[in-house]
Ligand binder design. Structure first.
Ligand code: HEC
Length: 136
């Protein structure tokens, strides 16, 4: 077996290759973040993130426009705050949006920032990275 064939065989056996559908869990891959977004968020926030999903008009609070998170925060996309909002980390805030912290958010990975390693769920980070990419 040549090395190339061997590599191909190994990648076929990897768990990602066994997933029934969708891209592998890479938090920096916009396609992965987009797939999570479509599965969990489009129904309220809409395909482009404007807050115009098909459920939006039946909610007691309008879903946020996810394209303007940074613009509404002095031009800064606060990724930790966004992840906290998706997870529903602050239990004191009454919400219309579901708590995604109750759901399967994938593996925990260590993100290094300023020399410190912080554990974070891979799907939570992928969603926040995706939203960062749609800021106006
Ligand atoms: C059932 C409808 C619904 C679903 C599904 C939903 N949201 Fe929301 N979202 C809302 C509403 C309504 C708000 C406004 C604040 C609130 O009620 O919590 C909001 C607020 C937010 C905010 C805060 C935005 C800001 O400006 O501070 C973020 C970030 C967010 N949603 C991301 C997501 C992501 C990512 C998903 C999918 C994983 C998702 N939402 C799924 C309804 C929803």
């Amino acid at each position: 077996m040549t090395p190339r064939v061997l590599l191909a065989t190994i990648s076929l056996l990897s768990p990602a290759a066994c997933a029934p559908f969708g891209p592998a869990a890479d938090p920096d891959d916009p396609a992965y973040g987009r797939a999570l977004y479509e599965e969990n968020c489009v129904v309220c926030h809409g395909s482009g993130g404007a807050g115009d999903g098909e459920l939006a008009s039946s909610l007691n609070q309008k879903p946020a426009d996810l394209r303007t998170i940074a613009a509404r925060n002095g031009g800064v996309f606060d990724k930790n705050k966004v992840m906290s909002a998706i997870f529903a980390a602050d239990k004191n805030i009454a919400r219309t949006m579901p708590e995604f912290g109750d759901q399967d958010l994938g593996d925990i990975i260590i993100v290094e920032h300023g020399g410190l390693g912080t554990p974070v769920y891979v799907d939570l980070l992928a969603l926040a990275n995706y939203l960062e990419g749609i800021q106006e």
